[in-house]
Design a protein around this ligand. Structure first.
Ligand code: B1M
Length: 905
């Protein structure tokens, strides 16, 4: 059996152990200049493979004797780029080959048929991170990594390991270089990638572990892992994230803690192995090892815990991710994702002018504005026939990638331009687009690029038919989509999850006879494609539908069309995220007129629609003066408008307390926003505007809220949990607690457990408050509670948010936590609970309440109705259904409780 097969077989059976640090092991030997071959090479660890191979061999043997299955070559800085700093660039191949041979000899010396040992060819990130430090080009790095990889393969390594990765553009260059090396060597070896997440929670160039995982998912890796930067405790969130999403094996190779001010690593073998052992118990890992500061003792301890563990075997189901610096999932609850269309020289005159004037930086501001306005992906098109598209693309992207974190959609028909663009993207971008217009020619040119750099593909429903090439009817759209899917998946080996079908939008009101009725064909074609190809996704350039109509009519028609397409299952919508009419706010009559045009297109409906919108000012809108004050207040939130908001808030203040205004008409507005969003009548960009209006209203009212005199009631740490951006409720809790004598430390949104643990250690709070509105946030609270407990925290936990219920809290969160856990339905209940927790007399009552809740959970339960709204999206009400079936213990339970007075404030 060859070594690759043996390695793969062993990984099935058990958790394998990598060695410990090379760098700190060399440091600890106290070598002098002569060991390095002279003072000019002192500190060049890689050179030791030529000057003191005995020492390097001994380090390998020491790790193998301690129980390592795999040793890494002494080639972390083995590219010519890094060795060049010592004047050794020309000797890079020789050094890498020598290092590989030394490791090979050591591994072979300790191998037996029962206990084979392996060599990983270590490839560090170099001293340049393209996106951070600059000083290197993508193509330059490809050549560096190619040469290093070739020498390592020639020297006899078993696999190549791109490690301590800090910038995914470097990683991608490494992966391309390795592929080229395999071509030159005439054989392939497995490849692994190991990223480094800094204490700030991301790699140096900004990506999280999830985004890294998505960005390299185009390569069938031996494993993906994390190494260096910190001790294992800090890695927990990131390793868990990899274990939840990686469709390959997962490795964890921590430092022996963070170095102290003297550069010493303080994590002992026992403490390191204890934390890694917990990860193993949770089934997260396939390989473990040690990075900086670890020695043979650490490896021995890791080998012991690894021997008792079972490797992670079950892969998570394939999901549809794309990434920029951020990771984005294209899934049911987030559709349609908004693709900002203004960074496109064909669609935006302003953008085209800026590019033509060389104002690349200003043009990148257009992208930033789109993101601020709600775009979750950016379409980038620089195809101006009068200009050099490739040059413009690169110069524009050089600014854009520093300004936005969202995934990019590279919109070009020129494969060379697409390739230049992809070299600028850390993430997994989307290529827009390919089709069968010239047979498979475009597939042949573009698919290899998607596989080389990692990208999803938009596939237009066009084929080579000279007459019916563009799929106009629903049947043709489906037929072309199915054929494209078949060719791409079977012949080109593309994953179905990397395909996004575009059933094409045609202008429905230009009078062109061939497009009469095309809008409804697009909607129905989309529906058919979604049904037939459920693993792939769909996209449409929405604004095309209204081409040729008066501006006000375009916005209404675009909104109506988007609404119907979303109902039919649309996953991504290319729109101007800053200018879209709110479907929910369009008067009934206008909506009907838009529907007439979309579903019953004829010369008559086009004429009627055009006439209605020719005079934008003639549009009839509900007169705000006819609405009551409460209705107006709700409307500001629903429409996301601040125009007149403060004045009306002032009017309302004459009759109601600030908190009652928030909980009354403003919350009613927010609930309506939720309902409209759920019903696809609002898109994320619009919900964002509503959130802004709500925040403005709360900020205005805050200053009029009553403050109690009693200060120093306690310290509360507040956070919205990891993965969740909703913060309006949490901020309201902050205001109310601070107004009532608590010192609140608000950690913000998307707070991972580790940050909370750190904050608990720093601030010693009396209460930790967690907020979260998504269904997955309820689950994240369980994880957070577990992690806090594991870190020894037992401070009372207050949890709240729309997706939570008292039942879920008691059944799932409380058992995961060592301390008291209480659910607050709203901010005022949160305040009452905080008071109760801080008042020794009432603490006993809290225990009574908890026991009552627990007792009630033991009673027979009624099934909750399933929680999906007709659209298939989880409804707000339905959120609770994902908690284990049980009656929600709301007010009716509390009403029986002696604390009732307290809860009813
Ligand atoms: Co989003 N969102 N959202 N959203 N959003 C919901 C939550 C949703 C229910 C809407 C829906 O579909 N009907 C739905 C969740 C469905 C699910 O999980 N299955 C949803 C979704 C799907 C999403 C996205 C996935 C959409 C997308 O991308 N396509 C996305 C997720 C992003 C992410 O988090 N990773 C997303 C994004 C957004 C915006 C950014 C656009 C915006 C948030 C802006 C912001 O917060 N800065 C937004 C908004 C505004 C909403 C709705 C419409 C309103 C939320 C809100 O602010 N309510 C919401 C629907 C709804 O809830 N009606 C929805 C007002 C606020 C005061 O109430 O936060 O519940 P709430 O706080 C209450 C109580 O819950 C409690 O007290 C407050 C009252 O006093 N409370 C606590 C809350 N935290 C507490 C902590 C405590 C105690 C009490 O102690 C510590």
């Amino acid at each position: 059996m060859d070594r690759t097969a043996t390695l793969l077989g062993l990984l099935e059976e058990r958790v394998l152990v990598l060695d410990g640090a090379m760098g700190t092991a060399i440091q600890s030997l106290g070598l002098g200049p002569e060991d390095f071959g002279g003072p000019e090479w002192e500190g060049c660890n890689e050179h030791l493979s030529l000057t003191r191979p005995d020492l390097i061999r001994d380090i390998h043997l020491g790790y193998l004797d301690a129980g390592a299955d795999i040793v890494e070559t002494d080639t972390f800085g083995g590219t010519a780029l890094v060795l060049g700093e010592y004047g050794l660039a020309g000797r890079a191949p020789e050094i890498n080959r020598a290092a590989a041979r030394i490791a090979r000899e050591a591994a072979d010396a300790r191998s037996s048929p029962d206990r084979p040992r392996f060599v990983a060819g270590s490839m560090g990130p170099t001293t340049k991170a393209i996106s951070v430090t600059g000083g290197a080009t993508f193509d330059g790095l490809v050549a560096q990594f190619r040469d290093q990889a070739l020498a390592l393969v020639e020297g006899g390594v078993d696999y190549l390991l791109l490690e301590t990765c800090q910038d995914t553009r470097n990683v991608k260059a490494g992966l391309v270089g390795i592929r080229e090396a395999f071509g030159l060597a005439g054989r392939e070896l497995p490849v692994a990638v190991s990223g480094t997440i800094e204490p700030m929670g991301s790699m140096l160039a900004g990506q999280t572990a999830e985004a890294l995982c998505t960005s390299v998912s185009h390569v069938p890796l031996l494993y993906i892992g994390l190494n260096c930067a910190t001790g294992p405790e800090f890695m927990a969130d990131h390793v868990r994230a990899l274990a939840e999403m990686a469709r390959t094996r997962v490795a964890c190779v921590p430092n022996a803690g963070l170095p102290d001010e003297d550069g010493r690593y303080l994590e002992t073998p026992a403490s390191l192995a204890a934390v890694v052992g917990r990860f193993l118990e949770r089934g997260w890992l396939n390989l473990v090892g040690g990075c900086c500061g670890t020695n043979a003792g650490h490896v021995r301890a890791l080998a012991e815990v690894a021997a008792r563990a079972r490797p992670r075997r079950e892969l998570p189901p394939p999901r549809f991710f794309v990434s920029g610096i951020e990771n984005v999932e294209v899934e049911e609850s987030s559709r349609p994702l908004i693709v900002g269309e203004r960074t496109n020289v064909i669609g935006s005159r302003l953008f085209k002018r800026l590019i033509a004037q060389g104002g690349y930086e200003e043009a990148s501001e257009v992208g930033r504005r789109q993101v601020k306005g709600g775009a979750q992906v950016l379409d980038v098109c620089l195809a101006d026939p009068d200009r050099d598209e490739g040059e413009d693309m690169e110069r524009f992207l050089s600014f854009l990638v520093r300004k936005v974190k969202v995934p990019l959609m590279i919109d070009s028909t020129d494969a060379a331009v697409i390739e230049r663009a992809l070299k600028w993207c850390q993430g997994k971008s989307i290529i827009n687009s390919i089709n069968l217009e010239d047979g498979e020619e475009r597939f042949e040119r573009v698919v290899p690029l998607a596989r080389r750099y990692g990208a999803a593909l938009v596939v237009g429903t066009i084929d080579e038919d000279p007459v019916r090439g563009m799929g106009v009817t629903r049947e043709r759209k489906l037929e072309i989509a199915l054929r494209s899917h078949d060719i791409l998946v079977r012949k080109y080996g593309v994953q179905a999850e990397d395909l996004i079908f575009d059933p094409l939008v045609f202008p429905c009101a230009t009078g062109d006879a061939q497009y009469l009725g095309s809008a409804v064909e697009t909607i129905e074609g989309l529906r058919l494609i979604k049904q037939a190809l459920p693993r792939s996704r769909t996209i449409l350039g929405v604004s095309n539908v209204s081409f040729g109509l008066p501006p006000a009519g375009r916005e209404v028609l675009n909104a109506a069309f988007l609404y119907h397409c979303t109902k039919a299952g649309l996953d991504l919508a290319i729109v101007n995220s800053e200018r879209l009419e709110r479907y929910g706010s369009i008067p009934e009559e206008e909506r009907r007129s838009a529907d007439d045009l979309l579903f019953r297109t004829s010369d008559a409906t086009v004429a009627a629609y055009t006439a209605r919108f020719r005079e934008a000012s003639s549009r009839v809108r509900a007169d705000p003066a006819t609405l009551s004050l409460d209705e107006r207040l709700s409307r500001y939130i629903v429409e996301g408008s601040k125009d007149g908001l403060v004045e009306d808030l002032e009017r309302k203040r004459a009759e109601a307390a600030p908190l009652d205004i928030i909980n009354g008409p403003l919350m009613a507005g927010m609930d309506e926003v939720g309902r409209l969003f759920n019903d696809n009548r609002l898109i994320v960009a619009e919900v964002l505007q509503s959130a802004e209006a709500m925040k403005a209203a709360v900020a205005h009212l805050e200053r009029f809220m009553e403050r109690t005199g009693s200060a120093g009631r306690g310290v509360v740490l507040l956070a919205t949990v990891k993965g969740d951006v909703h913060d309006i409720g949490k901020n309201l809790v902050e205001i109310i607690l601070s107004n009532n004598g608590y010192r609140v430390i608000n950690l913000g949104i998307k707070v991972p457990p580790h940050d909370l643990i750190e904050a608990v250690r720093r601030h010693h709070p009396d209460i930790v408050g967690l907020s979260g509105l998504l269904v997955k946030s309820a689950q994240q609270m369980v994880v957070t509670a577990e992690e806090l407990s594991t870190a020894g925290c037992s401070v009372p936990l207050l949890v709240g948010g729309a997706a939570l219920s008292r039942t879920f809290t008691r059944r799932r969160i409380a058992p995961a936590y060592h301390g008291t856990v209480l659910y607050a339905r709203d901010a005022m209940e949160g305040l009452d609970l905080a008071h109760a927790l801080r008042d020794p007399a009432r603490r006993a009552q809290v225990e009574v309440l908890i026991r009552k809740e627990e007792a009630s959970l033991r009673e027979p339960v009624a099934e909750r109705p399933a929680g999906l709204a007709p659209s298939g999206r989880s409804s707000r009400v339905g959120l609770l259904a994902e908690a284990p079936a049980a009656p929600d213990l709301d007010r009716h339970v509390l009403a029986d409780c002696p604390l009732d007075e307290a809860w009813n404030h």
